[in-house]
Design a protein. Structure first.
Length: 294
């Protein structure tokens, strides 16, 4: 802010040598100083009494011979227009109005401005700054702890007392996919306590994505149910399909043969033999009744 100086373009002071009277007191202005107003001339005492403003600071009249300053409808003597804290003259330097107080920039900054947490210098009013978690930085002081470049308006990630731009944080701290070794920025899956991109976690056999699907492993390699069954699972001696054990499936084993529970039936009468005695007959299995009929 700045204060305006009154006087320029205002009433004119002159000296009258001819018969001329003050418009207020009617006394002659012959040989006296006067001030010419729109409605006529005034002697100095009458002018000061009727037209001079009152100083907002000292409450006294601001005479015609004083330099007058005014700010927001308030008038001051030049020597009264001072900082409320340090008493410095504000007549010819920037100032700030805080409530009813006039403050020089130094006092305002000391009282109301914050200090940059990085350089410990005052963040001047109106300057570009960044505020986070109750702390303040000059815009150019808020830099990435890794690349040392100003973060500005870009996204950043705090880590204890450090701050990182997103690319540096991902490069330094973010987990990397076990398969492609690239950074995992969001999502992903965990297998054997290792991170994977969803698109990288696929069946070792058919390469079908396994995220959200049932799968198993063989020699630490993940497989979908179909590939695991075809490659490694026991085959049912009745239906020849793989016995995977998924979906609550149970199976019966006898010597080197295996059956799904629902496939372990008598070869003659098709009665389920699960939990019952049975008689092997070459490649077939028979219930006791059918065996006794032979």
């Amino acid at each position: 802010s700045s204060a305006l100086s009154a006087g320029e373009g205002g009433p004119q002071t002159g000296t009258m040598t001819e018969c001329f009277d003050c418009d207020n007191c009617k006394e002659s202005l012959y040989g006296r100083k006067y001030i010419q107003m729109d409605n006529g001339p005034y002697c100095i005492p009458c002018y000061d009494a009727h037209f001079a403003n009152t100083c907002d600071e000292c409450k006294e009249l601001i005479g015609h011979d004083c330099r007058e300053l005014y700010y927001e409808d308030r008038h001051y003597h030049e020597h009264c227009f001072r900082c409320f804290r340090c008493d410095r003259s504000l007549a010819d330097e920037p100032f700030t109005c805080q409530g009813e107080e006039l403050l020089c920039n130094d006092c305002y900054c000391s009282e109301f401005s914050s200090k940059c947490i990085a350089c410990e210098k005052t963040v001047m009013p109106g300057s570009r700054k960044l505020e986070y978690n109750g702390q303040t930085w000059h815009e150019h002081c808020f830099i990435c702890s890794s690349c040392q470049q100003p973060i500005g308006s870009r996204s950043f990630i705090p880590d204890k007392k450090d701050y990182y731009c997103v690319p540096c944080y991902e490069s330094k701290f973010a987990p990397r996919c076990t398969r492609c070794k690239k950074t995992l920025t969001k999502g992903g899956v965990t297998y054997r306590d290792e991170p994977w991109h969803k698109e990288c976690f696929v069946c070792t056999g058919c390469k079908t994505p396994l995220a959200g699907q049932q799968f198993t492993s063989q020699d630490d390699n993940p497989y979908c149910i179909k590939c695991f069954g075809n490659l490694y699972a026991k085959k049912c001696s009745a239906c020849t399909k793989p016995i995977t054990g998924f979906g609550g499936g149970k199976y019966v084993s006898f010597e080197d043969r295996h059956w799904h529970h629902n496939c372990f039936n008598c070869a003659r009468c098709n009665t389920s033999l699960v939990g019952k005695g049975f008689i092997p007959d070459n490649d077939e299995i028979l219930c006791r009744d059918c065996s006794s009929d032979l």
